[in-house]
Ligand binder design. Structure first.
Ligand code: ZN
Length: 169
């Protein structure tokens, strides 16, 4: 296993659209393991392959309190949504920034597991939000895209400042 580098906004590679995985083979399994290691190391609850510069539709999540329930979703797709929910979100690619985002409350989704089986499942609460957030990544979308123009402007200023400080260091 190896820890991967997580891309940070505004890296343009975060805007790339990931392609579906055709076959779940040893290469895909090893990418998924590296992604899990990276997610746990960075204390995240989810990670999409796009965030580690791999343009394949792979997502790993673990929303359990004990950090012992990893789920690997290959080619995750949302089939149905219900309700609306607002939750504070953060992202390993936008470190130090958190804001409320409105998403579907409950989802029905499908994915392929590491054995190549197609699974259908339902999620609500944090898990539902997390899956929607990660699938957005695979489509080149970030949670900050949902913010109001004013909030986004403020965030951009903050990031520019941080980048200047880093460049000076
Ligand atoms: Zn994210």
């Amino acid at each position: 296993m190896a820890k991967l580098e997580v891309l940070h906004f505004p890296d343009p590679r975060l805007r790339k659209k990931a392609v579906p995985v055709e076959t779940v083979d040893s290469n895909i399994r090893s990418v998924a393991e590296d992604m899990l290691e990276t997610m746990y190391d960075e204390s995240g609850i989810g990670l999409a392959a796009t965030q580690v510069n791999i343009q394949k539709r792979i997502v790993v999540i673990d929303v359990s309190e004990d950090r012992d329930a990893p789920v690997i979703l290959v080619n995750p797709t949302i089939i149905a949504v219900e309700g609306v929910e607002q939750m504070q979100e953060g992202c390993l690619s936008v470190p130090g920034y958190y804001d409320d985002v409105e998403r579907a409350e409950r989802i029905k989704y499908s994915y392929v597991d590491l054995e190549g089986q197609v699974i259908e499942a339902e999620a609500d609460g944090l898990k539902s939000v997390c899956i929607q957030h990660e699938i957005d990544h695979l489509d080149g979308k970030l949670f900050i895209d949902y913010l109001s123009p004013l909030k986004r402007q403020r965030l951009m200023k903050k990031i520019e400042k941080q980048e200047k400080l880093l460049a000076q260091a």
